[in-house]
Design a protein around this ligand. Structure first.
Ligand code: RP5
Length: 178
């Protein structure tokens, strides 16, 4: 399994960011960037539930033994990648529906979220917001046993509050000056 960079040192990945196609990468890069910012070691892979089903299942089966703790799986269309990960691993799986080429990602959302009872996939929003939330959710799971990471997550939330406060000030001022 590939090593990931974290805080300047090479650390074994604890999160896998798996996607069905390299066409998903521009969106899933958002996940990787947030994991990097939070100093969570990760690996990024292209594995397809439909085009490389054996490799995808094999990856999920070996994930826990390889040191991974959370799997993030992104796919579009008839999106089964997160489900395949969840069916072959006991690790928590976060599914990210990709917007795809038709139906604005509703197809992928339903394929990802509608898992049968007993095989959960924590499904986040379609596209970039989901890609970002997948990273944060994975970090929140890991932060349950990592106080330093919990601190970095709190700082991220504080940053988001600051952005809203600045926007609030700007819009309030502009509103008053109309
Ligand atoms: C899914 O089909 C992939 O996850 C991707 O979102 C979509 C299209 O894949 P490409 O045809 O661009 O490779 O399996």
């Amino acid at each position: 399994m590939a090593r990931a960079k974290s805080g300047g040192a090479r650390c074994a990945p604890v999160v896998a960011v798996v996607m069905g196609s390299d066409s998903d990468w521009p969106v899933m890069k958002e996940t990787a960037l947030i994991l990097k910012k939070l100093q969570v070691p990760f690996t990024t892979r292209v594995l397809s539930a439909h085009r490389t089903p054996e490799e995808a299942g094999d990856f999920a089966r070996k994930a826990e033994k390889g040191g991974l703790k959370v799997l993030i799986a992104a796919a579009g269309g008839a999106a089964h990648l997160a489900g395949v990960m969840a069916s072959s691993s006991a690790l928590p799986v976060i599914g990210v529906p990709m917007e795809g080429w038709a139906l604005s990602g509703l197809d992928a959302l339903l394929s990802t979220v509608q898992m049968p009872g007993g095989v959960p996939v924590a499904t986040v929003a379609i596209g970039k917001p989901g890609a970002r939330n997948a990273a944060i959710l994975a970090a929140e799971i890991l932060a349950l046993s990592d106080k330093a990471l919990a601190g970095r997550l709190a700082a991220l939330r504080a940053e988001a509050r600051l952005v809203v406060a600045v926007a609030d000030k700007k819009v309030s001022e502009e509103g008053r000056s109309l």
